[in-house]
Design a protein around this ligand. Structure first.
Ligand code: CA
Length: 152
């Protein structure tokens, strides 16, 4: 069965085309337009991955991310219009698995979804590398890299 993506985005125009592309890529896609619905749908539908916009009405994306992490390990990709490194780090600290900067290309988002699902399923990429946040493990050489710097 196709994996289900929960898309959390309040701007309907963006949500519509994003949903279309996610479905074209072969995934199921359900949509929540605010943080409150996102939490309900995450509990009810148990999606395989969540694409989470940060700027949402009622409950913002940071808070949604925090609540989600209290109850599950579902992979989360943040969509952020904010560009500061601090915002990205905060999101990753709250438990997000990856982030995509807005405006994003659909190819970029789909690539992130594929990579994040692969990591979540514990499978290495075609180059035999496991990537978790800033850490990369080369399964061939057994070398570990932090931000592309070898650390062991
Ligand atoms: Ca938004």
């Amino acid at each position: 069965m196709a994996e289900t993506i929960l898309l959390v985005e309040d701007e309907m125009r963006i949500a519509r085309w994003t949903q279309t592309y996610i479905e074209k890529a072969g995934y199921g896609c359900i949509w929540a337009s605010n943080g409150k619905d996102a939490l309900h749908m995450a509990r009810r539908e148990q999606p395989d991955l969540i694409v989470l916009d940060l700027m949402l009405p009622e409950i913002d994306g940071w808070t949604v991310c925090e609540h989600l992490r209290e109850e599950s390990d579902v992979p989360i990709i943040m969509l952020t219009a904010k560009v500061s490194e601090q915002d990205v780090i905060q999101g990753l600290r709250l438990g997000a698995d990856d982030y995509v900067k807005k405006p994003f290309s659909t190819d970029e988002l789909i690539a992130s979804i594929e990579a994040t699902l692969r990591r979540a399923n514990g499978k290495a990429g075609p180059d035999n590398r496991l990537v978790v946040g800033n850490l990369t493990l080369d399964l061939h050489t057994r070398q570990c890299f932090l931000r592309d710097q070898a650390i062991g």
